[in-house]
Design a protein around this ligand. Structure first.
Ligand code: ZN
Length: 307
């Protein structure tokens, strides 16, 4: 079944940051809710995979009628432009996986069972407040996301179309690299508002420039956490590991350092590269962050980690 996707707002033209034609990549089969940009075949492959789970702002037509938000309303909690910051990474031989769908529809950085009864009353488990779980109920500013609760069928459809392909793709890429190199590295790249919002754990607080999250030292080798922190600190940026974000489902699900899969979440402060009010990229600042991220991936490629 083919499925149409609507672009929210006027953020994009007809090509994405990786140079692929948007429409050929995105108006596609119902399972294709992600963009996989393979690492360049012209350079040596490496154990590294990059994931960008929250930059997407597309809404599948099938899900649009249930969404209380549209246009600019879809942008505020997206990690806007992070896919663009990663645009030079494939040239290093490192594949980049980008979720295309808005996290309001389905957040691939949440566990499949992170759903409460207010989001899906048919769920057979005790109600627990999960306003920003698998399918968001309210934005970080408290605005409603859903027009009405989801049926179990609608919830399962979203899982199948959006969540499963994303994690299966990551798992396959990581398994291939682990087999070839003895270990694999997943860098899960996000961006965060410069100040905590009402729905966050740190309302009003000023965040560091970069927050590496390794689930408090459990999702990857400390060598990787240290390399990432040192890389950004050497560029004069403030770095605060695991505060306020220590890693989400992507990190938790794929990070198995004892089995040679090292996963680290990297949160970049939006103030480093964009105007948080207009949502516009600030070109010179973004160029600097793009270079920093590319340089980081290059360094991680050269790091020998436990298998
Ligand atoms: Zn994010």
């Amino acid at each position: 079944m083919r499925q149409k996707l609507s672009v929210a707002g006027s953020v994009e033209n007809d090509r994405n940051h990786f140079g692929a034609a948007l429409h050929s990549e995105l108006v596609t089969t119902s399972s294709k809710t992600l963009l996989l940009v393979p690492g360049s075949a012209e350079v040596a492959q490496s154990p590294v995979v990059l994931s960008v789970p929250h930059a997407g702002i597309l809404v599948p037509d099938i899900d649009a009628p249930l969404l209380a938000l549209s246009g600019r309303g879809l942008l505020k909690d997206a990690d806007l432009h992070v896919d663009r910051l990663a645009q030079r990474v494939p040239a290093l031989g490192v594949p980049v996986v980008v979720a295309q769908i808005s996290r309001y529809v389905l957040d691939v950085n949440r566990a499949p069972d992170d759903v409460d009864r207010e989001v899906c009353p048919e769920i057979e488990r005790p109600a627990r407040p999960s306003a920003r779980g698998l399918c968001w109920r309210t934005t970080t500013d408290g605005a409603p996301v859903l027009v009405r609760p989801l049926t179990l069928l609608e919830l399962r459809s979203r899982l199948q179309r959006i969540h499963e392909p994303y994690h299966q793709t990551l798992a396959e890429l990581l398994a291939e690299r682990r087999q070839r190199f003895g270990y694999a590295v997943l860098l899960d790249v996000h961006s965060m508002p410069s100040l905590g919002r009402p729905g966050h754990t740190d309302p009003g607080a000023r965040r560091a420039d970069v927050v590496p999250g390794d689930l408090r030292g459990t999702s990857c080798s400390p060598l990787l956490s240290k390399l990432v922190a040192d890389h950004f600190a050497a560029a004069g940026l403030s770095v605060r590991a695991n505060d306020p974000y220590m890693g989400g489902y992507v990190t938790r699900q794929h990070g198995r350092p004892a089995r040679g899969v090292h996963a680290l979440q990297i949160e970049l402060n939006r103030d480093l590269y964009m105007d948080e009010n207009s949502f516009a990229l600030v070109d010179d600042k973004a160029a600097a962050v793009t270079a920093l991220l590319t340089g980081l991936v290059e360094k991680v490629k050269g790091l020998q980690l436990p298998s």
